[in-house]
Write a protein that binds this ligand. Structure first.
Ligand code: NAD
Length: 485
């Protein structure tokens, strides 16, 4: 840790501040282990001050009473500024997470579209009139902001995940405290500077840095917090739900996944090979909706696995700043240790290692946390490797012979975030898509989404929805106004 006092990167009540406690954290570039920034580590007092600022701004002056068109206009301006500064932001995100510049630019396209979507949705929001069968009664359902929100994001998509929360919360009229992952805080700092520039009043958007241990309870075990929107791992999410319960704070959880990618024998071969490889090895598998379980029809399984393996071996991994890299390193050395432990587990459980499994030895990868695409064949439901989220570049292979078996395998998970189905038979595609208990099902595609359609999980993948109209409703209370004329 450095002893220098870093630049102030907590944003509380419209002021950039240093943390009260004075602790700092080194932010590491996972491509080469270098320190890219030293940031303040906040403590409970900082977090409490941020919640207090958000509470004050909700009522005084009343952000919640600002016309929705004005709030939407701020979102549009933020989108403009994100486009203006996209090269700087993409570089920050790549240095912080290790993902390639191309991936960082895709994330920026995404967050721009999310701000614009909610700006447009806010502009057309209207009360709902209810016909109660009596002409003397006017019955209206109006939507109002839920209040003070705590928005907690993970490290794999730092900018994207926090924007999926900030944009609808702003349009709804909520005030908020944002807490990015302590591993990857840099793009959120830049984003909050843009939000300030776009004219959000003091206290509406506050920013806290730090680990869950340092600031988590102050943000979540807090009677002044009306809503917590959390994206991250299931153990953290369930803990937050418990500590928030006595305050009856609303808790929306977006958790992990163990996502099946089902390939029938009649699927377009080349497209299926490409989609399976990209679906699991994009961002080195550090994607909640990563297609980590290949479920393939037995009649083509051997050839298909060989083709996927061949394609996976040709993936060029390397520094995300190098345009030749197709995927970057894992986010940290400790995360690579965790991924490696799953490789050892897979071997001990009797799965067949087809490719990968060992960290690269080339000199150029020596200081980074690289791990190659890894495939295990002949897996089964009893294996922890098949049931637990590894959050790394590991694909497991299971085989099926009937459609019913494919569906049963696809649903054989406690998670339920996303699934893929590949077949040329449209009737079968529809049957399987409807039968799968997952929040998103891609048919002959994988990993794509739009700001206009809801995202979220069944089962242990979560209980909330982001994006789409429901993503806005998550930040709103409904009020029924019954008027006897
Ligand atoms: P994590 O649960 O370790 O951390 C997530 C966030 O919670 C971080 O900001 C962390 O500092 C914070 N946190 C930790 N303890 C806390 C506490 N006690 N109180 C409050 N906050 C606390 O998750 P991670 O390792 O950063 O992210 C990876 C996980 O995120 C994976 O499981 C992945 O599947 C999931 N994820 C889900 C989605 C989705 O849309 N469902 C999207 C991206 C990532």
């Amino acid at each position: 840790m450095s002893n220098d006092r870093p630049e102030p990167i907590l944003f509380i009540d419209g002021q950039w501040r240093n943390a009260i406690g004075g602790g700092t954290r080194d932010i590491i570039n996972p491509a080469d282990g270098s320190v890219v920034a030293v940031v303040d580590e906040a403590g409970a007092d900082d977090a409490l001050a941020a919640v207090a600022a958000a509470k004050k701004a909700f009522d005084d002056p009343a952000w919640r009473a600002t016309p929705i068109a004005e709030r939407a206009a701020i979102c549009d301006r933020i989108a403009d500024f994100l486009e203006r500064d996209r090269d700087e932001i993409a570089r920050i995100e790549t240095l912080d997470t290790g993902k390639t510049l191309k991936e960082s630019h895709i994330d920026i396209d995404d967050v721009v579209s999310v701000f614009r979507f909610y700006a447009n949705l806010g502009a057309v929001e209207a009360d709902r009139l209810v016909d109660v069968g009596d002409p003397t009664i006017v019955s209206r359902v109006v939507r109002e902001p839920i209040g003070v929100c705590v928005l907690i994001a993970p490290w794999n998509y730092p900018l994207l995940q926090i924007v999926w929360k900030i944009a609808p919360a702003l349009v709804a009229g909520c005030t908020m405290v944002c807490k990015p992952s302590e591993v990857t805080p840099l793009s959120t700092i830049k984003l909050v500077r843009l939000i300030e520039e776009a004219g959000a009043p003091a206290g509406v958007v506050n920013l806290i840095q730090g680990s869950g241990a340092a600031v988590g309870d102050a943000l979540t075990d807090n009677p002044d917090v009306d809503m917590i929107s959390f994206t991250g791992g299931a153990p953290t999410g369930t803990r937050i739900a418990k500590v928030a319960a006595p305050h009856v704070s609303r808790v929306a959880l977006e958790l992990g996944g163990k996502n099946p990618h089902i390939v029938f024998a009649d699927a377009d071969w080349d497209a299926a090979v490409d989609a399976v490889v990209t679906g699991v090895f994009l961002h080195s598998g550090q994607v909640c909706s990563s297609g980590t379980r290949l479920i393939v029809e037995d009649s083509i399984a051997d050839d298909f696995v060989a083709a996927v393996s061949g394609r996976a071996q040709r993936i060029r991994f390397g520094d995300g700043l190098d345009p030749a890299s197709e995927t970057g390193p894992l986010v940290s050395q400790s995360h690579r240790d965790k991924v490696e432990s799953y490789v050892a587990l897979g071997i001990s459980e009797g799965a067949t290692l087809v490719t990968g499994g060992e960290r690269p030895t080339d000199e150029q990868f020596a200081d980074g946390s690289y791990f190659p695409p890894t495939i295990f064949d002949h897996c089964n439901r009893e294996m922890r490797l098949v049931q637990e989220e590894t959050f790394g570049p590991i694909l497991t292979v299971e085989r099926f012979t009937t459609e019913a078996e494919a569906i049963a395998l696809g649903n054989d998970t406690s998670f339920g975030l996303a699934a893929g189905v590949r077949t040329a038979n449209t009737a079968r595609a529809e049957r399987v898509a409807r039968a799968l208990r997952h929040g998103t099902v891609w048919v002959n595609d994988f990993g794509v989404y739009t700001a206009a359609a809801e995202w979220g999980g069944f089962g242990k993948s979560g209980n909330g929805r982001e994006l789409g109209p429901t993503g806005l409703a998550e930040y709103q209370e409904t009020k029924h106004i019954w008027t006897n004329t």
